[in-house]
Design a protein around this ligand. Structure first.
Ligand SMILES: Cc1cc2nc3c(=O)[nH]c(=O)nc-3n(C[C@H](O)[C@H](O)[C@H](O)COP(=O)(O)OP(=O)(O)OC[C@H]3O[C@@H](n4cnc5c(N)ncnc54)[C@H](O)[C@@H]3O)c2cc1C
Length: 387
């Protein structure tokens, strides 16, 4: 029997995958979400579940062990997981972020050597760009150095805020190879767990996404074989920028999922909870709030799916669309989760109800992978240019 095509699915294959993901989320992810937040532990069981269901290599080409799926499908999967658990959605999103430098900047040998184990989930990937004195201006103020010594590079420096850094087997690290060349002197390297001088530092205590480990990474005379340099020396900047074009829609999808999850919870609550003799959703003040939340979520979704489509087609304006999607979805996540707390009144402020966690989780989507201010810079520059 032909299955009902999902409202948002672009093919039967995608509809089937989303149906599987929805079942996994309702049976295995949603019941764990509050406890993952409470414990702050990385959910290894869910990482395994996602690996078994081929969710960790969706946009990786089949020849490198992935599903060869579209970015559109990938963002919808992240969205579905984030509806229930933002921390768990990052397992999929950061696996993609960590593998993109290899997919974009790697040669065929590197892709064949490194991508299959990432696609299968046997190895976890991470992405290390940010440093203590360089966040938004990540490439201009970078301090981590990589010096060529024979057949190796020796890395020295420190990265901070690295998602999954403590659980990763493969970390794409950006470091300066030519200090006189500014951002054109940055190169990209794959550092693998166990390489001498690769040290996991302190773990951050965070407001939200508490089940996603964020750590400091230290490189103390860390020896990395030259065969692990991605692209030519000095191409790190180009690789990092191209990665962001394809990874920002993943974070936008996380944001959209958080917003959609909060909207669904608040809507159901507004149908049940009564005040002044009728369900609170029947009071215009609450009904209009829900109407605005719904409109914002659907508008953000259309923007995101278009940005993901542009990732798939290699559209020349993909940076603009990736930034617009990240900006809109992040802001919608924050406003919709804040309003969801309002709809639940005092119960919304309690950790017993999921919208409290969703509001805390939403905030990060306005900060990482470029703050909302940086997205506006990218958008404005695409519109009016830059001197
Ligand atoms: C939980 C978490 C996970 C993260 N995961 C990763 C990861 O996996 N890998 C990684 O490399 N990094 C990661 N990051 C780092 C993240 O990308 C940076 O925190 C972010 O880019 C902002 O940099 P910053 O914190 O140094 O802020 P700053 O750059 O110091 O910015 C501070 C404020 O100034 C504003 N600002 C800065 N420059 C401008 C400007 N030109 N115009 C207008 N406003 C401006 C910013 O918008 C912000 O509001 C993570 C961060 C967090 C909190």
């Amino acid at each position: 029997m032909a299955m009902a095509i999902d409202q948002h699915a672009t093919s039967e294959e995608e509809a089937m995958m989303l149906a599987v993901v929805r079942d996994l989320v309702s049976e295995k992810v949603a019941p764990r979400a509050a406890e993952i937040d409470e414990s702050g532990e990385f959910p290894w069981d869910l990482k395994e579940l996602f690996a078994q269901n081929d969710l960790l290599g969706i946009p990786i080409p089949e020849e490198y062990g992935g599903l060869g799926g579209s970015f559109v499908t990938y963002v919808k999967v992240v969205e579905e997981i984030a509806k229930a658990c933002a921390s768990s959605s990052l397992i999929v999103a950061v696996q993609e972020l960590g593998m993109l430098p290899i997919l974009i900047g790697g040669n065929d040998e590197q892709k064949k050597r490194l991508l299959p184990t990432i696609a299968s989930g046997k190895k976890i990937a991470a992405y290390a760009l940010t440093e203590v004195s360089s966040g938004s201006d990540a490439l201009g103020s970078m301090r981590t150095r990589a010096e060529k010594q024979g057949e190796n590079y020796v890395l020295n420096g420190q990265k901070i805020w690295i998602t999954n850094g403590s659980v990763a087997d493969v970390v794409c690290v950006f470091a300066v190879t030519d200090p006189s060349a500014g951002s054109r002197g940055v190169s990209a390297f794959v550092v693998e767990k166990g390489m001498p001088g690769f040290i996991v530092g302190k773990k951050e205590k965070k407001m939200g996404i508490r089940g996603s480990p964020t750590v400091e990474l230290v490189f103390d005379n860390c020896v990395v074989p030259a065969k692990n340099r991605l692209g030519e020396e000095g191409e790190g900047f180009k690789i990092a920028m191209k990665v962001l074009d394809k990874s920002r829609p993943g974070i936008a999808a996380q944001a959209l999922g958080i917003a959609a999850g909060a909207l669904e919870y608040a809507t159901n609550y507004a149908k049940e909870r009564e005040a002044f003799g009728k369900p609170i959703g029947q009071h215009q003040g609450v009904g209009f709030m829900l109407a605005d939340m719904k409109t914002e979520v659907e508008a953000a979704r259309l923007l995101l799916y278009e940005a993901a489509r542009k990732c798939d087609t290699g559209a020349p304006d993909v940076s603009l669309w990736a930034s617009m999607a990240k900006l809109k979805c992040g802001d919608v996540a924050m406003s919709v989760t804040t309003d969801a707390v309002q709809v639940l009144g005092g119960f919304g402020y309690s950790a017993e109800y999921p919208v409290e966690r969703m509001m805390r989780d939403a905030k990060i989507t306005q900060i990482y992978e470029g703050t909302q201010q940086i997205q506006r810079l990218v958008i404005a520059r695409a519109m009016v240019g830059k001197r």
